[in-house]
Design a protein around this ligand. Structure first.
Ligand code: B16
Ligand code: MG
Length: 212
């Protein structure tokens, strides 16, 4: 086997919380009279909450925002976002995703999460996915978010696996860059397939069963 472990990004790969991020940021942006489009939202994929706010504030026409005010905005956005997460359940993960994860494990691969999100544990719990993984590395454990490799190196460390034995599955260009910086191959799905920078491009999640 070329790989021994697979590290999955969460948002945009296993669950589609990106639509909730968009709605929550949009609510804040409207309050600040900032124009915020789906195209802008694409720039936030895989990027931390604090860095996402900086990107949104690029279009802000008001006075410079203080650090305390930024913290308030971040808390406000996260409150809105978590209200959406509260409505999630196991049906928010497709049968194809659940079945593919199960088959990979049965084939002997060790599975981990490598997500920038500080809400990872809550999302896994809501969707009943926690037990599908051997390790979880998330935004609560890192100081630098993607494209820095920290979260994927943390996942490999938790799995006690050498980085070169790990394949990363990502929907964000920032995540593909992070995987390569960690010394790992990357399989792109969704938005990240456009740039053709990954080692594999997946048309469907189940294509993993052909690579692995
Ligand atoms: P939170 P991923 C990322 O998740 C999202 O793609 C990104 O849009 C978000 O800003 C980031 O998590 C932080 O999320 O506000 O929940 O801590 O794609 O790395 O699974
Ligand atoms: Mg993602």
């Amino acid at each position: 086997m070329q790989y021994k472990a697979v590290i999955f990004d969460l948002d945009g790969v296993l669950v589609f919380t990106d639509k909730y991020h968009f709605k929550a940021w949009k609510k804040l942006a409207e309050k600040l009279s900032i124009d915020f489009t789906e195209k802008d939202n694409d720039r936030l994929r895989g990027v931390s909450r604090a860095e996402s706010l900086e990107i949104i504030l690029e279009k802000y026409k008001g006075k410079p925002t203080s650090e305390a005010q930024k913290q308030e905005y971040l808390a406000e956005k996260n409150d809105t976002y978590r209200q959406f997460l509260g409505d999630m359940n196991r049906n928010d993960v497709s049968d194809v995703v659940r079945d593919t994860l199960k088959k990979l494990r049965e084939s002997g691969y060790r599975l981990a999460i490598g997500s920038s999100s500080k809400n990872t544990a809550y999302i896994l719990e809501r969707t009943e996915l926690t037990d599908a993984f051997d390790a979880v590395a998330d935004g609560t454990m890192i100081t630098k978010s993607k494209p820095d490799p920290e979260v994927f190196l943390k996942a490999a460390e938790l799995l006690r696996e050498t980085p070169s034995n790990c394949l990363v599955v990502e929907d964000a260009d920032a995540g593909v860059t992070a995987a390569h910086a960690a010394g790992m191959d990357a399989a792109a799905i969704g938005a990240a397939t456009k740039s053709q920078r990954a080692d594999y491009n997946l048309e469907a999640f189940s294509d993993l069963l052909r690579i692995l």
